[in-house]
Ligand binder design. Sequence first.
Ligand code: SF4
Length: 469
Amino acid sequence: MESWNEECAVVGVYNVDNASVLSYYALFAMQHRGQEASGISASNGSKITTIKNNGLVTKIFTDRRLAKLQGRSAIGHNRYSTAGEDSINDAQPIFARYDLGEIAIAHNGNLTNAKEIREGLIKEGAIFQSHLDTENLIHLIARSQKEHLKDRIIDALHYVDGAYSFVFLSRSKMFVVRDRYGLRPLSLGKIHNEDGSIGYMVASETCAFDLAGVEFVRDIEPGEMLIFDGAYSFQNSQPQSIKVFESSPFSCVFEYVYFARPDSNVFGRNVYQARKQMGIELAKEHQIQADMVIPVPDSGVAAAIGYSKESGVDFELGIIRNHYVGRTFIEPTQKMREIKVRLKLNPIKELIKGKSIIVIDDSVVRGTTSKQIIKILRQAGAKQIHLLISSPPTISPCYYGVDTPDKESLICANKSIEEVRNFIGADSLGFLSIEGLLRSIAGDKQTFCKACFDGKYIDTYTLTHTKGC
Ligand code: SF4
């Protein structure tokens, strides 16, 4: 996978001792969704404390810092920057004081009309500290004339369009909202406290629950708000639920292709099983005689296992991934680009030499990484290389909170499959069809966004380039 980057993670914890520590573990489990910055806001009932910084979760949250985040409720965020500077001001949660007290917000998604809203607010005298579309919400909430925070949030949400999974923290309550399309995932889990009381966690991915021993309850519905308020008695051990918008499901299919961890369940389906099924569907659509099928690790592994199962072609781990590669400080010459790929991926020559191989990857974006992989496999002595992709050709950028190259840089948007094959240097090239992808996730065509594969965006979508997360 190349240049198609994760899109942030959010967590919220309520009614649990040391809520910040559970938030830390959840953010650690969801580090794959964003590595640029991380933050936690915790409330002790009378005051919200926020700590955030650039870098990885383990680097930012030392024991000393976590000890400062006291309280039984907390929200957290991992950030992948989509554009612009890497300023600490753009890390989340965003914290503010206003007439009702204190509030912190964390957001996964992208508000597509953020530019117009911000321009209007600036004309009215608002001052912004960050480039984040999320900051618009703070201003809209502060300006609302409604008496209670819940109603102010609902008021503010009626101005914004696009993709969001929001968590809001006040000094005593937590609010969680998912946009009417359910574009980004968000799940609810239950925590059985030692004193017999019930606590809650919401998180972008269920892998966060597993690490912290949280029981999965359900996905938050598109257009639904959950209210966690100690003053309410929870209904049947569930937080209060309000339908803010009529749902119009359009969940991101790319969560299954690449973003989510295989041990997570998103939109009601386990990611590993979905990826394995993509490999099975790929084998039905592309039957190739070869000595072995090998994945591009890690995201191609489950699909390659599925392909091998369906086709009977032997599965081998022909390429080994180095998991300890950080940033590379090398010049963009051809030789150096090769070194960069080899730093991460190295083929086993003794396995590959003289063999006809099927290579499975999850997607092709610019085509440059695929070209390098084919090259190192040829240098390892492969006789024939058939590249199969466990998703359809990516032809359109994402405007819903995923960092994608412009259309001009998407190779499949600008070349035929034969031209792409020629550029990459494979002996053959095949993609999973959109129908095969939807069959793999057992999804209805109407309920998934697949705009990066078919260019069909949500009706209300406006082409506004904003800095989301
Ligand atoms: S355009 Fe692609 S990456 Fe973006 S939300 Fe839709 S399916 Fe997901």
